[in-house]
Design a protein around this ligand. Structure first.
Ligand SMILES: *Cc1c(COP(=O)(O)O)cnc(C)c1O
Length: 361
């Protein structure tokens, strides 16, 4: 018998148990074909149907309009930091970036290698505890696109609104928030997300791009990084990460069974309320983020005395509450409560937090 504990890892993150069981059941013999999905040609009818079904299910979940391509690529979200300017920033051109924390800073740093980056707004003035409102943004008229990070996985800041950039395409790194609630895809030029937070296993990054943004890659853009090449070849210019694609497809089906993204929104809203209210009503724990800008998916919190961090983490582990240690750059704690982390996990966490506070408060 295997035991499954509550996993609050920021990524690679918890996956739904039902999906892991299905993958286990199908591992040796996929749908009676006598081989594993990992052992099939990506060009076989069988795998192509796995791939197409996954794409259709993702399109259904997010209501992706027909004039968007969905690409299943490799290199993670980090590779997108370079791939975006190579495809969408003309030589000598300018792009607007919004700085809200560590991930947007990485995107800015990488894009600066390829062109002029205008940091149109920064949360630095708020110590990264709040998101500057759009009235304070200095967007440039000639920007090829505007890039932002709707959810900062490390800092725990999340936009509750979609920026209005007029005719300038809006690009979003949704790695840690995609599929957590419904989304109006039509507001974006492009959305991308590394899979290992809220989609599936690592090794895959999903790109959703409006068709009119294809065909703009620089002449020097490597073939493998050209969105147009990927789109023309249904993300199979070369061998894709077939197992990660398959498993992500199972997760899309699981999400549909849960009731889709409206249901996930209700569930995730309840989870975040449980945890933030436990933090806000305690004397021991605190979260510094401005309430309207708090992340639903990644919730950092500190103990009033950081000498209590170690005993807190040790006690959590004893109770089967895993991976609560904060990112090394910020310290403290962080609970990542993605789609696959159930309310029961959050309930167990807040019960432990109360118990620990009683003993040490
Ligand atoms: C995890 C993460 C990344 C990096 O993803 P990789 O797939 O490891 O490259 C980028 N952006 C955000 C917002 C993330 O959460």
């Amino acid at each position: 018998m295997s035991k499954r504990l509550f996993n609050f890892c920021a990524g690679p993150a918890a996956l739904p148990e039902a999906v892991l069981q299905q993958a286990q059941q199908e591992l040796l013999d996929w749908q009676g074909k006598g081989l594993s999905v990992m052992e099939m040609s990506h060009r076989s009818d069988e795998f192509v149907s796995v791939a197409e079904t996954a794409e259709q299910d993702l399109r259904d979940l997010l209501a992706i309009p027909d004039n968007y391509k969905v690409l299943f690529l490799q290199g993670g979200a980090s590779q997108q930091f370079a791939q975006i300017p190579l495809n969408l920033l003309p030589d000598g051109g300018m792009a607007d970036y919004i700085d809200t924390g560590i991930w947007s800073a990485k995107a800015i740093e990488e894009a600066s290698r390829f062109g002029n980056v205008n940091v149109a707004a920064s949360a630095k003035g708020y110590d990264y505890f709040a998101i500057p409102g759009q009235n304070d943004w200095q967007l440039s008229a000639e920007a090829a696109y505007v890039h932002y990070t709707p959810n900062e996985t490390i800092g725990g800041l999340e936009f509750s609104w979609i920026p209005d950039t007029g005719d300038t395409p809006l690009i979003a790194d949704m790695s840690s928030t995609i599929l957590s609630r419904p989304l109006d895809v039509s507001r974006y030029g492009m959305i991308y997300a590394g899979a290992q937070k809220n989609i599936g296993p690592s090794g895959l990054v999903v790109v959703i791009i409006r068709e009119d943004l294809l065909g703009r890659a620089r002449a020097t853009c490597p073939t493998m990084l050209d969105y147009t090449v990927a789109a023309r070849n249904a993300s199979m210019y070369n061998t894709p990460p077939t197992f990660a694609w398959y498993l992500s497809g199972l997760i899309f089906q699981w999400l549909k069974q849960q009731g889709g993204l409206d249901a996930m929104q209700r569930i995730n809203d309840a989870k975040q309320q449980t945890l933030y209210s436990a933090i806000d009503t305690s004397e021991l724990y605190s979260n510094p983020i401005s309430p309207v800008d708090r992340s639903w998916m990644n919730i950092p919190f500190r103990l009033a005395d950081d000498r209590l961090d170690k005993p807190f983490l040790a006690g959590a582990e004893e109770r089967g509450l895993l991976n609560l240690k904060g990112h090394r750059s910020v310290g403290g704690m962080r609970a990542s409560i993605y789609n696959a982390v159930p309310q029961a996990a959050v309930d167990a966490l807040v019960a432990y937090m109360a118990e620990f506070e009683q003993q040490h408060g």
